[in-house]
Design a binder for this molecule. Sequence first.
Ligand code: ADP
Ligand code: ZN
Length: 199
Amino acid sequence: MLFMRPGSGWIEVICGSMYSGKTEELIRRLRLARIARKSVQVFKPELDTRYSSTGIVSHNEQSLGSLVVARARQITELAGDAEVIGVDEAQFFDDELVPVCEELARAGRRVVAAGLDKDWRGEPFGLMPRLMAVAEFVTKQHAICVICGNPANFSQRKTLAREQVLLGAGDVYEARCRHCFQVPSEEQLRLFDHSPELD
Ligand code: ADP
Ligand code: ZN
């Protein structure tokens, strides 16, 4: 593992609801890092196959090449000598992502991780609260509430139909503010309780 100047590594988290521009912001930061002639490596979890199997893609179709990994530990092996490490859809990684990011930061790497802070129930998403706690910098993005136009930080699951989950994110979730977000019904909770989908 490449060790850089002491004190140069840190963790940045970009969080928020769906459509809040997390991927867009991640891509922007990594592009700037490349302009600054830093070596960059991007990772995403195997689960996220939205639009592209090899790149990270935002809802407005910006993209950046990335490596798909099944386990967070693989990031340590595959990061190589990259000075800046991007992680998209961080919420879908296993819990090891937190120590992995901390080790990389301690070794002088800049880690930029984007992920949903809340699931479709409105509850904190998996490892994200812990990653946000250990990060030096946390940016909370907002989408636009599709009901009232206020800043949105919830992801509303619109449908009960399981088939629509398979068809793609656009038809299944929408951004809503706290006031317009409806806590999922008992039926939705029963149907989707074990579904990891939120994108
Ligand atoms: P995220 O990674 O947070 O899901 P993306 O970066 O992929 O978000 O996409 C953000 C883009 O989504 C916005 O720039 C905008 O073009 C589009 N978009 C679609 N619906 C909304 C919405 N309700 N609020 C904000 N942006 C939206
Ligand atoms: Zn609203």
